[in-house]
Design a protein around this ligand. Structure first.
Ligand SMILES: [Zn+2]
Length: 83
């Protein structure tokens, strides 16, 4: 996945995560949340928390990775704190 694809979903994701600020969410909960984004369809499977993470920077991650605009912080494997 390209950087542009990942970043397309940054803002809708950010808005979806606002009510969950401070919560720790697991991967299944993340998938559920992403699945509810309008227009996401089958692209949901490509939206990973690790691409919008303050303490991780994967190849092809969103440009928010490792910045103060990141959406989540990985606290353990598969567990993310919503920032
Ligand atoms: Zn992002």
């Amino acid at each position: 996945m390209s950087w542009k694809f990942v970043s397309t979903w940054h803002e809708p994701l950010r808005q979806a995560l606002i009510p969950r600020k401070g919560d720790v969410i697991g991967t299944s909960e993340w998938a559920e949340l992403v699945g509810q984004l309008p227009g996401i369809g089958s692209q949901a499977q490509f939206i990973h928390p690790s691409d919008h993470c303050i303490n991780m920077n994967n190849k092809g991650a969103c440009d928010c990775a490792e910045t103060d605009r990141a959406l989540v912080k990985q606290i353990s494997r598969g567990q993310y704190l919503v920032l």
